[in-house]
Design a protein around this ligand. Structure first.
Ligand SMILES: [Zn+2]
Length: 352
């Protein structure tokens, strides 16, 4: 145990460091204060915004960092929330310790997302938690009041915990959105919807209860088909176990509640490694996002595509990146994004 003196020193250092983090700023200062000279005309004309791409090697290996997440440095720089900081006579900082812990774990696990990259996204706690009580965090990009709204879009990454690239690319796209949010869509990002699956010592597809979350949504056919489909079609593959009942898992129950509250017009779900775009629900699917082409896989009992795309009649775009452990090139990351936004603008303009 560190001495109390050490703890106090560590806490003071942390408070000083925290004061540099953008926690106390408004959620989207860059949107409110900037007219976005670059992005808007380009996006509305369905052309890529002029994203500046720093040349990087064609692929970035997205493998797990080997650093132990319980290093002594971490223990000393992230104080427990229970420490009584009123001792210093300082105001309580508006710091969400559970998000700091989450970002520390994400930064330790993913080579493409640093702890600071994660903290910079100003993820918000939602009151939803995984089985192991990790926060199910959201980043929100509200539409701008002076813009005519084209609707709400929910992007979900990392529902399968061993598909590293599906989490990393959500962070990359948030970085693009931070700079180019046009204000015509109300975005919500859930970059990591299965934190226990990713952040366990060994990442795995399922959640902590061994349930494939993308077979646990309470689709209309869950009771009749989920168990028999799992037994007959997957030979009871444990990686595809649908759970005890539809919506039995806290991560899925939270996603269902969140979808019902947010009422997205479009849901984007990111996976790997099938290298394609899948689509469920109305109206017209995107034919191509970057070098991913439309290839409908159909729906499964308990999948998000079945629950939201078929039962709720909401468009669900499933992006299957080419590799779970290798990030697409920066060029592809940008191209997929601009193609996605162009498709959203086109389809949502028709809807209005
Ligand atoms: Zn997946």
């Amino acid at each position: 145990m560190p001495s109390r003196g050490l703890l106090l020193l560590a806490l003071m250092a942390t408070l000083s460091a925290c004061s540099k983090l953008p926690f106390s700023q408004p959620a989207t200062p860059e949107i409110a204060s900037q007219p976005e000279p670059l992005a808007e005309p380009a996006i509305l004309s369905a052309e890529p915004p002029k994203v500046t791409i720093v040349p990087v090697p064609e692929v970035v290996i997205e493998v797990v960092n080997t650093a132990d997440s319980n290093t002594p440095e971490l223990a000393e720089t992230v104080p427990e929330p229970s420490v009584d900081i009123s001792f210093f006579g300082l105001p309580t900082p508006e710091v969400d310790f559970s998000i700091i812990d989450l970002c520390q774990e994400i930064g330790d696990k993913l080579s493409s997302v640093s702890v600071q990259d994660c903290l910079d996204q100003q993820l918000q706690s939602t009151g939803g938690f995984s089985v192991l009580k990790r926060p199910l965090a959201v980043r929100e990009y509200p539409e701008l009041p002076q813009r005519e709204s084209l609707g709400r879009v929910l992007l979900i990454g990392g529902i399968h915990g061993d598909e590293y690239s599906s989490v990393s690319i959500a962070f990359k796209w948030m970085e693009i959105l931070n700079e180019y949010h046009s204000g015509v869509f109300h975005w919500q990002f859930i970059p990591l919807s299965n934190p226990d699956g990713l952040l366990g010592e060994e990442s795995r597809r399922q959640n902590e209860n061994g349930v494939d979350l993308n077979r646990n949504f309470p689709s209309a056919d869950w009771n009749d088909s989920a168990a028999s489909f799992w037994e007959d079609k997957t030979d009871s593959n444990e990686r595809r176990y649908p759970g005890e009942s539809g919506g039995s898992e806290p991560e899925v129950a939270w996603l269902v509640k969140h979808i019902n509250e947010f009422q997205p017009d479009v849901i984007i779900s990111v996976h790997a490694p099938y290298h394609l775009v899948d689509y469920d629900g109305p109206p017209a699917a995107p034919e191509q996002l970057g070098d991913l082409h439309l290839n409908r896989l159909g729906v499964y009992p308990g999948s998000l595509g079945h629950y939201a795309g078929v039962d709720l009649d909401k468009p669900v775009v499933t992006i299957e990146l080419p590799y779970a452990g290798i990030m697409p090139s920066e060029n592809q990351i940008s191209k997929m994004w601009t193609d996605l936004v162009a498709w959203l603008v086109e389809e949502r303009t028709k809807e209005r």
